[in-house]
Design a protein around this ligand. Structure first.
Ligand code: 3PY
Length: 252
């Protein structure tokens, strides 16, 4: 398989600057001591990016933001643009996390703008999708995920698509301690790969990295990663402890 395996940490709104730099250093040191079998991305709050960039020098470790603005620049008080994120040394940005959609009203249309600006500024996008419990119980999960992809990323050119990583995060498994079973995750990731194939062709679909997210941790990572369509994880809480995060990376 050509596609990259990735373990990405999503720190969310955790860690002061000092705590974050210490955590990044600890992770970096452990990866320098033992080269990982996958790519590692550490996604931090905006304020950590420039400082964390200074301490990440292990091979295969990249830095990412958790969000960026839907405007290029200008009078948007409090916002952080894709160009600013890129200028810190970050290579990735997470977009479309369900917490952004739920709590900050990010619509498919807004996310489409963010994706476009991120790519235009040379960032790779980890684009999240996933259904609510209600939608799963109504067996609408495929429909919902397809609509999220159609609404924000399926307009991209084949060239742009190469900089997209997808992350399936069922909302009912985020921060709840509930994980999708590895079979549920595999089934959805295979479905996602099939609709990517319809849109961009089989080869591009085979090359697309698709992650599972939602309470992925050191005790379930190996089982999830053993599935053929699961190319890694987007890790919430377990990315905040260097030993736990390393154990997930070691699950590859
Ligand atoms: C989780 O694991 O809870 C996440 O939302 C990761 O993004």
């Amino acid at each position: 398989q050509m596609r990259k395996k990735i373990v990405a940490g999503n720190w969310k709104m955790n860690e002061t600057l000092q705590e974050g730099v210490a955590l990044a250093k600890e992770i970096n040191d452990s990866l320098k001591a033992e080269k990982p079998n996958c790519d590692v991305v550490i996604c931090t709050p905006f304020i950590h990016l420039a400082s964390v960039a200074q301490v990440l020098d292990a091979e295969g470790v990249a830095l990412g933001a958790e969000n960026c603005a839907d405007k290029e620049k200008g009078a948007y008080t409090g916002e952080v643009s894709a160009a600013m994120v890129k200028s810190t040394g970050a290579q990735y940005v997470i977009l479309g996390h369900s917490e952004r959609r739920q709590y900050y009203g990010e619509t498919a249309e807004i996310l489409k703008e963010k994706v476009q600006l991120a790519l235009a500024n040379g960032l790779k996008v980890i684009f999240c999708c996933g259904e609510t419990l209600e939608e799963r119980e109504a067996e609408k999960q495929n429909e919902v995920v397809k609509a999220e992809l159609e609404g924000s990323v399926f307009h991209l050119s084949a060239e742009e698509w190469k900089n997209i990583v997808l992350a399936y995060e069922p909302i009912w498994a985020i921060g709840t301690g509930k994980t999708a079973t590895s079979d549920q995750a595999q089934e959805m990731l295979a479905y996602i790969r099939s609709i990517v194939a319809e849109k961009y062709g089989k080869e591009a679909a085979e090359d697309t990295t698709i992650l599972y997210g939602g309470s992925c941790n050191a005790s379930n990572a190996a089982e999830l990663f053993s599935k053929s369509d699961i190319d890694g994880g987007l890790i919430g809480g377990a990315s905040l402890k260097a030993a736990d995060f390393k154990a997930i990376i070691d699950a590859w």
